[in-house]
Design a protein around this ligand. Structure first.
Ligand code: ADE
Length: 251
């Protein structure tokens, strides 16, 4: 899979991709990320990427021509991208389901705007979708682009060492993840739950299911509406709801 990221701050993207799981995936060629400096697609001496807004008002607006040219160049190099994602607070909310959809594509272009403005013809005539990473305002699209790349990279086979750890990730089946512990078994009077030290695999599996369900029920009950639960989990959830006196929302 290849991401092409169009930005006026290429170093911001490159720095974030230099370490960690995504860096390793890039080294192993499980994923490609090409960072495109928007200024390379300008045609004036000052490499101008923005201009004053029509109609007046504060701030500057990113010009459309360099962005269209950048996507033309990307298409010329490797064929038209399957998705041209404009990151913007106006977009559809990015979720694990959206990440899984993008992970099924082979070439995705991400256009990073500046919050103050991007010429709307980019949205109208170039982007195939608009994505927001949450209901808050960032100063630009670079952090959202990195959030997308990181989330999608984890779903590419081989990127995360242990495939099971991705399957257990929070949200992957619509549940929050269970709590994790490592040695020592006791630290400053804080103890690892006995069941985890017991070595009883069946009991551990059940405890983890219960914890994931209880955490989700307490913190994010909204997720339970669409969660994919096996028969055992459905039974545990019923018990938990009875204990807590919660009405059965899924039945
Ligand atoms: N640009 C500024 N804020 C954003 C957000 N929340 N999501 C995506 N792009 C953005």
């Amino acid at each position: 899979m290849q991401f092409d990221i169009v930005t006026i701050f290429p170093r911001m993207i490159e720095a974030a991709l230099a370490d960690g799981i995504v860096a390793r995936a890039l080294q192993r060629d499980l994923l490609r990320v090409k960072v495109r400096d928007l200024r390379e697609f300008t045609d004036d001496r000052h490499r101008t990427v923005d201009d004053v807004p029509y109609g007046g008002g504060p701030g500057m607006v990113l010009k459309p021509e360099p962005i269209f040219r950048a996507v033309d160049a990307i298409a010329k190099e490797g064929g038209a991208p399957q998705a041209v994602v404009l990151v913007s607070p106006h977009g559809r909310r990015f979720t694990q389901t959206e990440a899984a959809r993008l992970a099924g594509l082979s070439r995705v272009t991400i256009l990073c705007g500046r919050y103050e403005g991007i010429d709307d013809r980019v949205r109208e005539g170039l982007a195939t979708e608009e994505v927001s990473i949450g209901d808050y305002v960032l100063s630009g699209g670079e952090l959202p682009a990195l959030v997308i790349v990181d989330t999608v990279a984890r779903l590419i086979p081989g990127v995360v060492g242990d495939e099971d750890s991705v399957a257990d990730d929070s949200f992957s089946r619509g549940l929050l993840d269970f709590p994790h512990f490592t040695r020592p078994a006791e630290f400053r009077d804080l103890k690892v739950p006995d069941v985890l030290v017991s070595g009883h695999h069946g009991e551990i599996r059940k405890w983890r299911k219960r914890q994931a369900l209880e955490l989700t029920l307490d913190r994010r009950p909204d997720l339970l509406v669409d969660a994919e639960l096996d028969v055992e989990e459905q039974e545990i959830l019923r018990e938990l709801m009875e204990q807590k006196g919660v009405a059965h929302g899924r039945d």
